[in-house]
Write a protein that binds this ligand. Structure first.
Ligand code: GLN
Length: 503
């Protein structure tokens, strides 16, 4: 199929499905059509700019684009258009990709179901076995649904604690979160910047792979605009360990929790059996700090968020609320009106949580303890991976881990585990007056994704078919669960290769 026909089909799908995947969809006409036609000509001549030349890539609406608004699904940025492109957008366009629109999300990336959006919830293309609408996962639910509904070729999301992997698992797509810092964060609106990672969603493992190679291999990555940039830092060489066969696959014992839904457990077992059949070996490993990772994440991420979101005050940034401007006796009204009406309830909850844990009285008990847990989570992973962490002092690592319960001799190449403990909940349980699930229920969905985020490790979620189920009341023909592969920092290609073995 020509690139133009492929693009036109995506455009038609964007307008045909009412899934609310886009905040700003692609316009029916525009310069983008010429760009696709030019890419078609290059492809005919055999001189494409890259594997994504002329392909439509959607961008999550918390990533800055000069041509289209960037709302972060928030009332406070509903009128914002960035004066610059994010580095990742520049890189994609430089490789010939065409922006397929801006996708819907949980406000500022805070959420697990893409229901906390000023523009309404994202709808999953899939339904549950009784035919009910289900969560698309979040916060990059719009990007995942856009991919699943073939409204674009691939999509860019952000993953702070699982926001690319969880929607991938719920929509039956592939979601890849690279090593922290591998893709530039410049132009990505900060939620929790020590965790925020640009990720890629596609329909199969080779598709997001080709998308990621573009940004990841650019000489500007990491980028001098990024806070983490250090001129002496060299990204770890990729693909050096692909030859280590058979692979040693780690199965973290702590992830085998009683709350696992049967279909998720089955998908996990099937995946391990599949890898074993291909000659790889399975090894139990222990990641003892896992049980504290979720609590640490929900202290650290809101703490960073409360600081990052302080700038939206209606004066320097953000849509200003109507009403008194704070002169004289009405002091502070502008600020509270703007933030009280601009931010949704989940964002306000995070700001309150974060402000509390950073306050002088609770700093030591919450924020500092959570930072310590984060270190332990990182150390747990280092103890089980055979590859060294390229940024970690091996000597210190060894003396640190003596007596710390390291699983000596159990070293593995990658870890394979479920992406989420259960199947997607019904949308009706998450929205409207009959809202049955609590914020805590949503946080628990991230239990298997946050450890890799806290440690900055590469992880991919791939869909694994559990069973063909009967097609009653419009239900899905197959039951799927997302299975996650996690690797050592810099082992991005290895992680993607193992993901490919599973798909
Ligand atoms: N669900 C998690 C949260 O709400 C993760 C979000 C994300 O990765 N952006 O913080």
């Amino acid at each position: 199929m020509s690139l133009l026909r492929e693009a036109e089909r995506c455009l038609a799908n964007q307008h045909a499905h009412n899934l609310n995947a886009f905040i700003t969809p692609l316009s029916r006409s525009g310069q983008w059509l010429d760009r696709v036609k030019e890419a078609d000509q290059r492809s005919e001549k055999g001189t494409p700019k890259s594997a994504i030349d002329g392909r439509l890539i959607s961008i999550k609406d918390n990533i800055c684009t000069r041509q289209l608004p960037t709302t972060c699904a928030s009332g406070i940025l509903d009128k914002f258009t960035s004066p610059f492109n994010a580095t990742v957008v520049e890189q994609l366009e430089g490789a010939g990709a065409v922006i397929a629109g801006k996708t819907n999300l949980d406000e500022f990336g805070m959420g697990s179901h893409s229901v906390h959006s000023r523009f309404g919830p994202v709808k999953n293309l899939r339904r549950d076995s009784a035919g009910h609408e289900i969560s698309a996962g979040g916060s990059s639910g719009g990007s995942a649904v856009a991919v699943a509904a073939e409204q674009c070729y691939a999509a860019i999301g952000t993953d702070t604690g699982g926001s690319v992997r969880l929607p991938a698992a719920y929509t039956g797509t592939v979601g890849f979160k690279p090593s922290y810092g591998l893709i530039s964060r410049w132009g990505v609106v900060a939620y929790a910047n020590s965790l925020d990672t640009v990720g890629i969603l596609g329909t199969n493992t080779s598709n997001p792979f080709s998308t990621t190679t573009i940004p990841a291999t650019q000489p500007v990555s990491p980028n001098p605009h990024d806070h983490e940039f250090s001129p002496s830092y060299k990204p770890p060489p990729l693909s050096t360990r692909l030859t280590s066969k058979p692979l040693r696959i780690g199965v973290p014992l702590e992830y085998n929790i009683s709350e696992l839904t049967p279909s998720v457990r089955t998908a996990w077992l099937l995946s391990l059996a599949h890898l074993q059949k291909q000659g790889h070996t399975i090894h139990p490993v222990s990641l003892p700090t896992t049980k504290h990772a979720l609590s640490a994440y929900y202290v650290l991420a809101p703490a960073e968020a409360s600081s990052n979101l302080a700038k939206y005050d209606g004066v320097r940034y953000g849509t200003r609320a109507d009403g008194p401007d704070g002169n004289g006796q009405a002091d502070g009204v502008l600020y509270s009106n703007t933030r009280g009406t601009g931010f949704g309830s989940e964002v306000q909850r995070r700001i309150l949580l974060g402000t509390f844990s950073l306050s002088a009285d609770s700093m030591d008990n919450y924020f500092i303890q959570a930072q310590r847990v984060r270190r332990l989570v990182q150390r747990d992973f280092n103890d089980v991976f055979s590859a060294q962490h390229p940024l970690f002092d091996a000597q210190a690592a060894h003396s640190d881990s003596v007596g710390a319960g390291a699983s000596a001799g159990a070293e593995v190449d990658v870890i394979v585990c479920p992406t989420a403990p259960s199947s997607p909940p019904r949308l009706s349980d998450l929205t409207g007056d009959s809202e049955k699930s609590s914020p805590l229920d949503a946080y628990v969905n991230d239990v298997f994704t946050v450890p890799a985020s806290l440690a900055g490790l590469p992880a991919i979620s791939v869909p694994v078919t559990v069973a063909e189920s009967s097609q009653d009341s419009g239900a899905d023909a197959e039951e799927l669960a997302g299975i996650q592969v996690v690797g050592q920092y810099g082992d991005d290609e290895l992680v993607m290769s193992v993901g490919e073995l599973l798909a």
